[in-house]
Design a protein around this ligand. Structure first.
Ligand code: PLP
Length: 388
């Protein structure tokens, strides 16, 4: 059975070019980039080339890119780094949206336990943070605001440029987690007007365990990881050379294909969405349908438990998710759908379909054909028997 992978927001398969180049680096460029000799300088040159490619993906200056060990680490470096740098200054308020990834939410929680005041901005059922919510929450004490560029569960794109402008007026630092938008839609750090932006290679056909944080030149940041002087003192530790080079290759490919791939994927996604809504009763799309990243849809199925549907689809060779990968496998309701104000049953009957480079029309046809029968079977199984 040919399997269909529709979970690209969890992770993507590394591209052939990424795998080839990483293999070559592991074989041939084993030098430590901090070494002065030939071997070290070869590895350093490979990293610098990747830095240029990653910078181009987000409209940044290569000198402002810091490679990290993941998107999670980039979020931590941004938030903890700013908090630590501003700790003595009196500003003790951190603001984020209620629909952030755990990498941001749990970092705020941890800082909250250390005495920082934290505020989570609400969203309505569109799943989009309103600039008015930030205007009401921001005060003289606000040190940092963190709002993601695109949501991982429902794909909605947040009004980051407007939110960043509000933060700037109140002289608060603005961070955006662009892990789910990088490689999918154009990003320009200057147009967005942010101070910090984090991305992760494995979400755009690069390797796992490598990410990048863009730090606006001149921003005060105290690195939480202490050690050597790598990455201009921002991220100590010998660099993951092959991973970084793989991220560079993936960034270059993503930029070259972005426009065509966005058109192709949004057409496939819309077809999937319309097919499901038409052929499966009791279904609706969660969150605003625009602006959204082109590859994502999140659909609720009335009277159907999402985990059971996920398993039944997996048995039929179709891989989807119940929301963020980190919380799948548990029956915890999605914090994103909860924040959007959906009732408990809807936070537990929703499935995320996230499309990617290998998906075809035929895949979408198969999913649309399989779903009605699978859903009906599950609904019949859970229907309360009528007593005579
Ligand atoms: N931020 C968002 C929005 C994500 O979707 C993810 C991964 O799912 C992360 C951060 C974490 O990235 P990483 O898996 O590289 O730690």
């Amino acid at each position: 059975m040919a399997r269909i992978y529709l979970d690209h927001n969890a992770t993507t398969p590394p591209s052939e070019a990424v795998i080839d180049r990483m293999g070559a680096i592991l074989r041939e460029e084993f030098g430590n980039p901090s070494s002065v000799h030939y071997f070290g300088q070869r590895a350093k040159a490979a990293i610098d080339e990747a830095r240029t490619a990653v910078a181009a993906l987000i409209g940044a200056d290569p000198g402002e890119i810091v490679f990290t060990g993941s998107g999670t680490e980039g979020d931590n470096l941004a938030i903890r780094g700013v908090a630590e740098a501003l700790e003595g200054g009196g500003r003790k308020h951190l603001i984020a949206s209620a629909i952030e990834h755990e990498a941001v939410l749990n970092t705020l929680k941890a800082l909250g336990r250390r005495g920082w005041k934290t505020t989570l901005l609400p969203v309505d059922e569109s799943g989009i943070v309103s600039p008015d919510a930030l205007t009401s929450a921001i005060d003289q004490d606000a040190a940092l605001v963190s709002v993601m560029h695109a949501n991982n569960e429902i794909g909605t794109i947040q009004p980051v440029a407007e939110l960043a402008r509000i933060a700037r007026e109140r002289r608060a630092v603005f961070h955006t987690d662009a892990v789910q938008s990088a490689g999918k839609i154009p990003i320009d750090v200057k147009t967005l007007g942010v101070d910090l932006l984090s991305i992760s290679a494995h979400k755009f056909y690069g390797p796992k365990g490598v990410g990048a944080l863009w730090i606006r030149r001149g921003l005060r940041l105290q690195a939480p990881i202490t050690g050597g002087k790598q990455e201009r003192n921002r991220r100590a530790g010998t660099e993951n050379v092959a991973g970084i080079v793989g991220m560079g290759v993936a960034a270059r490919e993503a930029l070259a294909k972005m426009s065509d791939e966005a058109t192709r994927l949004s057409a496939l996604r819309d077809r999937l969405e319309e097919g499901v809504l038409r052929h499966v009763t009791g279904t609706s799309v969660n969150g605003a349908r625009a602006p959204r990243v082109p590859n994502t849809t999140n659909i609720s199925f009335d009277r159907t438990e999402a985990e059971s549907l996920l398993i039944a689809l997996d048995l039929a060779g179709i891989a989807v998710s119940t929301g963020s990968a980190c919380s799948s496998g548990t029956l915890e309701p999605s914090h994103v759908l909860k924040a959007m104000g959906f009732p408990a049953h809807r936070t537990q009957n929703s499935i995320r379909f996230s499309l990617g480079s290998h998906n075809t029309d035929a895949d979408i046809d198969r999913v649309i054909a399989a779903l009605p029968g699978i859903v009906e079977k599950l609904r019949n199984l859970t229907r309360t028997p009528v007593r005579a």
